[in-house]
Design a protein around this ligand. Structure first.
Ligand SMILES: Cc1cc2nc3c(=O)[nH]c(=O)nc-3n(C[C@H](O)[C@H](O)[C@H](O)COP(=O)(O)OP(=O)(O)OC[C@H]3O[C@@H](n4cnc5c(N)ncnc54)[C@H](O)[C@@H]3O)c2cc1C
Ligand code: FES
Ligand code: FES
Length: 479
């Protein structure tokens, strides 16, 4: 049994052996770990649920090409074992060795990007990750990188201007100078099968699907986690002690992305940011769904498997994946099964996974030329908010502008992602006219009974759903 994790902090290898460690458990968050250290109090707790960005840190890891990839993430949602084999960078590490400020820090000073300063370390870390990326210095890229950081005093304009200035001229910094040494240390940390156990908790980190399935069989009640952006809330908000966890982070087979001539295959551990990048060309509606999913920090953690696994009625991926006729590949010790995504989710937070099965990946067919697929999300605000209602549409028009095939899938309108079956039936074969759509709207209203909750009234949801139908056809007016 291997119970010791290794990661780099302050340029030194840190090891935590959970069989001996009494202060921290495997579900201690990186935020709480850092706040406990004497020299890393810059990281702040605002919400402890991924919503404010005050706890943003950067994790650098091997990119498979002898380099490092720097990702800004919310330390309040990351369990300690997820640091294994990585470089943890906090705001205390950012300044230059001679004590002068890093370009992103200097820009924040010069552009007056900080007042009370509570949010500032988080902003600095998001800007630092951007500084270390190859992303272009555009307003859209900067806004996207900062959507996960809230500021109650300064106003965003000076902060965005600071980022724009700092990113204008990205010279190698003091991190670039030590990267070779860091890479050498990280390469020595072996990614091996691990089991971290305390008196009350077991945390497994297998390295293959076969091993994962074996562990799951032996520990049927163990919870599988991918990014843990959902499950971590049970610890940080409900103070639960989760007795048994299987973390898929180290399983390479689940991190696979394969593009063939007619489909894209993504392993279940692919993050929303990776999915966003890979869907840009063939799957614009998936790209759109990812671009309004949480924040950049959340998308660095949240995975495809986790989004499907929650089976949330307001999960953003199920409707859009259904519009692309995606299959979910599930696997158990008995073998693999393929389940269409709209059959995979079968009730309120219920999947059709059988005992011992896990999500291995998804297969998204490339749509035929001429097929139109769109995704819309209505939420209280555009960024970092979950859906009030979401909708995905798939239309195959024929030459006379008739509706040949139509799929309409809603999130937030029922206890699970659901097709508007009656509306689909009504529209099929009809002409694409405003009149037809207006005739379809009452049918749509009739077939859903949404609920009222903190996000919206049932009535508002019904209106949104009808308007989204109208909007979809309106957006197609010129096609
Ligand atoms: C601040 C914030 C913003 C968010 N914004 C959005 C949003 O805009 N849209 C949205 O849809 N969601 C959002 N979420 C919810 C969450 O981030 C997503 O559902 C995410 O995709 C979950 O992925 P994960 O890997 O982190 O899941 P985890 O927390 O690791 O797992 C979630 C569930 O899936 C199961 N699971 C995970 N992997 C597997 C597997 N391989 N096989 C079987 N079961 C598995 C787990 O057991 C668990 O029940 C947000 C969450 C937060 C905290
Ligand atoms: S403390 Fe608010 S995002 Fe982590
Ligand atoms: S400077 Fe006060 S919260 Fe941002």
């Amino acid at each position: 049994m291997n119970s010791c994790i290794g990661f780099i902090l302050d340029e030194k290898l840190i090891e935590i052996d959970f069989s001996k460690e009494r202060k921290f458990t495997p579900t201690t968050t990186v935020l709480n770990y850092l706040r406990d250290l004497p020299n890393h109090k810059g990281v702040k707790e605002g919400c402890a649920e991924g919503d404010c960005g005050a706890c943003t840190i950067v994790i650098a890891e091997l990119d498979g090409r002898n380099g490092l990839q720097y990702r800004a993430v919310n330390s309040c949602l990351i369990f300690l074992p997820k640091l294994h084999g990585k470089w943890l960078i906090t705001v205390e590490n950012i300044k230059n060795p001679d004590g002068s400020l890093h370009p992103v820090q200097q820009a924040m000073v010069d552009y007056h990007g900080s007042q009370c300063g509570f949010c500032t370390p988080g902003f600095i870390m998001s800007m630092f990750a951007l500084y270390k990326s190859n992303l272009p210095n555009t307003r859209a890229v900067i806004e996207d990188a900062l959507t996960g950081n809230l500021c109650r005093c300064t106003g965003y304009q000076p902060i965005i201007e600071a980022a724009e200035f700092a990113l204008q001229d990205r010279k190698p910094d003091h991190f670039s100078k030590i990267e070779k040494e860091i890479i050498a240390i990280l390469k020595k940390i072996v990614l091996k099968s691990m089991q971290m156990a305390t008196d009350r908790q077991k945390y497994f980190m297998p390295v293959s699907v076969t091993e994962l399935l074996y562990i799951k069989n032996q520990n049927p009640d163990a919870i599988i986690i991918n990014g843990a952006s959902d499950i971590a809330l049970r610890v940080t908000k409900k103070y639960e002690l989760i007795p048994s966890i299987i973390d898929t982070m180290q399983i390479e087979e689940l991190h696979v992305i394969r593009k063939s001539i007619d489909h894209l295959y993504c392993g279940s551990a692919i993050t929303l940011n990776q999915l966003m990048e890979v869907s840009r060309e063939w799957y614009p509606a998936i790209y759109e769904a990812c671009s309004v999913f949480g924040s950049k920090q959340i998308r660095e953690m949240a995975t495809i498997g986790g989004n499907l696994g929650t089976a949330s009625p307001i999960g953003d991926l199920p409707p859009v994946l259904a519009a692309y006729k995606t299959d979910v590949v599930v696997v158990s010790e008995k073998g693999a099964r393929i389940i269409p995504v709209d059959e995979f989710i079968c009730g309120y937070r219920k999947t059709s996974l059988k005992k011992g099965e896990i999500i291995k990946g998804i297969k998204i067919p490339k749509p035929m030329d001429g097929t139109i697929i769109k995704f819309y999300k209505v939420s209280k605000r555009k960024d970092l908010d979950i859906s009030t209602v979401s909708a995905a549409f798939r239309l195959t028009p024929d030459k006379e502008k008739k509706i040949n095939e139509i799929k309409i899938i809603f999130g937030g309108m029922a206890e699970m992602t659901k097709h508007a079956v009656k509306t689909e039936k009504f529209l099929k074969g009809k002409s694409r006219t405003r009149e037809t759509i207006e005739q379809a709207m009452p049918i749509l209203e009739e077939e859903f009974t949404p609920i009222s909750d903190a996000r919206s009234s049932a009535q508002f949801r019904s209106v949104i759903a009808k308007n989204l139908l109208l909007r979809f056809f309106d957006d197609l007016a010129d096609t």
